[in-house]
Ligand binder design. Structure first.
Ligand code: AOF
Ligand code: ZN
Length: 364
């Protein structure tokens, strides 16, 4: 930050993109800074799906100053007609001289063709400036656009011995205030939040975002194979946020209709005992849900992990031991250590006396 170089401006563009996390639905977060003759002349971020891309806002602000300028963009400028026209064409039309890009757009409709287009019009393009930071900001987009499957962040708040409640089910509170605040900010950044029916029945959660300043409520998803959710459940109050209940063919048809009449979306994924989680993720992807915060409980956490459907884990630990059997991950377990699910790119952070360990899930 002390040097006047490409990273100096790119980090500003990334800061803007970062602040828009959670509000662009299936679209990536992108920031753009336009610099001419040593001055910032335009800035912009993509703020909402269906509205202007980052480049458009920044170029509108720059006006005639864009001619001969350098544009810093956190994601490769698009080359396709989506809900909006291609940004690479706009950069060309404005006479921008140099474009600095952080990450390549993994969208198969773009994937390098935006950069190619700029170059073919004689624009100098530099790529890879702070690419890792951009890729990390858009890790949910990157998975969704290439697979159609939502990116799943699994979050737990447990004791040091990995318990999410006492033997009687008491869980208020395990983690400290700082950790709980962090979780609400995570809810804001994800499009949906998912729990199992066990958690829904035990805690009757609202699963809304309660932050110091207002945040966005995620779509609530309940995995409920036999439709045991009660009519009084707070999760069925769809005035708070939309609710999707995922069930199986074992569910009572009349009950499905009853839920639908209450504005709840019901997905039937799998026959018999258990929800087919793989299918459920695919169907949720089809509903244009690109990111899910998984808040358990133990059985759903274990099942999602066993199915290889968890992409990131954010595990909060409080310095307490409570014993009992209510574990954060319930599944049969692997036979050998070399089969263990591991965390990659591990980050460790302390929040007062709580510890947060996070990383990408790696399956063997
Ligand atoms: C950019 N700048 O700010 C964003 C980009 O439906 P549309 O028109 O909004 O297009 C969405 C796609 O455009 C999205 O999947 C991604 O490939 C790219 N997003 N590109 O140059 C931006 N948000
Ligand atoms: Zn664009």
């Amino acid at each position: 930050m002390n040097l006047l170089n490409d990273e100096f401006y790119m980090s500003l563009a990334l800061d803007m993109a970062e602040r828009a996390q959670g509000q662009t639905e299936i679209n990536p977060v992108v920031g753009c800074v336009v610099v001419k003759d040593g001055r910032v002349v335009g800035m912009g971020a993509h703020l909402k799906r269906g509205t202007g891309h980052a480049e458009v806002h920044a170029l509108n602000m720059a006006g005639a100053e864009a001619k001969g300028a350098t544009a810093y963009v956190t994601l490769e400028p698009c080359s396709h007609y989506g809900k909006t026209p291609p940004c690479s064409d706009r950069l060309i039309a404005e006479g921008v001289k140099r474009v600095v890009v952080a990450a390549v757009d993994p969208n198969p409709q773009v994937a390098g063709s935006g950069i190619e287009r700029l170059r073919s019009h004689g624009i100098e393009v530099v790529t890879g400036v702070l690419a890792k930071r951009s890729e990390r900001l858009n890790e949910t987009f990157n998975k969704y656009i290439t697979t159609g499957m939502p990116f799943v962040t699994l979050k737990t708040a447990s004791t040091l011995d990995g318990r999410l409640a006492s033997r009687t089910g008491d869980s208020k509170w395990i983690s400290n205030a700082a950790a709980r605040e962090r979780v609400h900010a995570m809810r804001h950044r994800h499009q949906a939040i998912m729990v199992g029916i066990g958690t829904a029945l035990a805690d009757d959660p609202e699963l809304t975002t309660r932050t110091e300043v207002p945040g966005l409520n995620p779509i609530r998803i309940v995995i409920d194979s036999k439709l045991r959710i009660g009519n009084e459940a707070r999760l069925l109050d769809t005035t708070l946020a939309p609710t999707v209940v995922v069930t199986t063919t074992a569910a009572d048809r009349a009950r499905i209709q009853e839920l639908q009449s209450r504005n709840v979306q019901v997905l039937v994924c799998g026959e018999g005992e258990h929800v087919d989680l793989q299918l459920a993720m695919r169907r949720l992807g089809e509903l244009e849900i690109s990111s899910i915060l998984l808040e358990g409980g133990g059985k759903l956490n274990g099942a999602m992990l066993e199915a290889g459907l968890v992409d990131r884990m954010t595990l909060f630990f409080a310095p307490k031991l409570i014993g009992g059997t209510l574990s954060t991950f319930v599944f049969d377990g692997f036979e050998r250590m070399n089969q263990a699910v591991t965390l990659d790119e591990v980050e460790v952070e302390t929040l007062d006396d709580n510890v947060c360990i996070s990383g990408r899930a790696l399956y063997h």
